[in-house]
Design a protein around this ligand. Structure first.
Ligand code: CDP
Ligand code: MG
Length: 143
């Protein structure tokens, strides 16, 4: 059985470029319900923890610096098949490879500054939703 939630972040570049509204509009039009949402700035330590799976990768330090460079928007999204459908909506990690009409194709500046995050599995979604929110933040919304 697949879970129906996923975690997104609108990354600092897209926030700085004033794309929050346009990106949320895309997300809602694609049928996702925003059941919890907030704006915050990640500390370096928090960004390191969020991306711990990439700690050994060459791009890790740049990724952490970028993700802690300014405010982000984090949100829990609900929809049937949320993880897969959201990955499809955002497109490939590198905007040059992303399909037309995807969020990254239209809003990413580069592979590193690629506008949005989307969980890559139900297990990641579970961990990432709890990184930013408590279950009580969104369970009542679903009733
Ligand atoms: O975000 P996504 O799941 O598509 O990609 P990832 O492989 O999990 O990498 C996480 C993030 O690291 C990406 O979204 C990029 O912002 C960044 N990244 C990078 O800067 N350079 C790479 N070669 C790969 C990833
Ligand atoms: Mg990933």
């Amino acid at each position: 059985m697949t879970s129906n939630k996923t975690l997104t972040m609108i990354k600092p570049g897209a926030v700085n470029n004033k794309h929050i509204g346009a990106i949320i509009d895309r997300i809602e039009r694609a049928g996702f319900r925003i059941v919890a949402i907030k704006s915050l700035k990640l500390s370096k330590e928090a960004a390191q923890e969020f991306y711990q799976e990439h700690a050994e990768r060459p791009f890790f330090n740049d990724l952490v610096s970028f993700m802690s460079s300014g405010p982000i928007v984090a949100a829990v999204l609900y929809k049937e098949n949320a993880v897969q459908d959201f990955r499809k909506l955002i497109g490939s990690t590198d905007p040059n490879d992303a399909e037309e009409g995807t969020i990254r194709k239209d809003f990413a500046e580069s592979k590193s500054k690629n506008a949005v995050h989307g969980s890559d599995s139900d297990a990641s979604a579970e961990r990432e939703c709890h990184f930013f929110f408590s279950t009580i933040d969104y369970l009542e919304v679903l009733k």
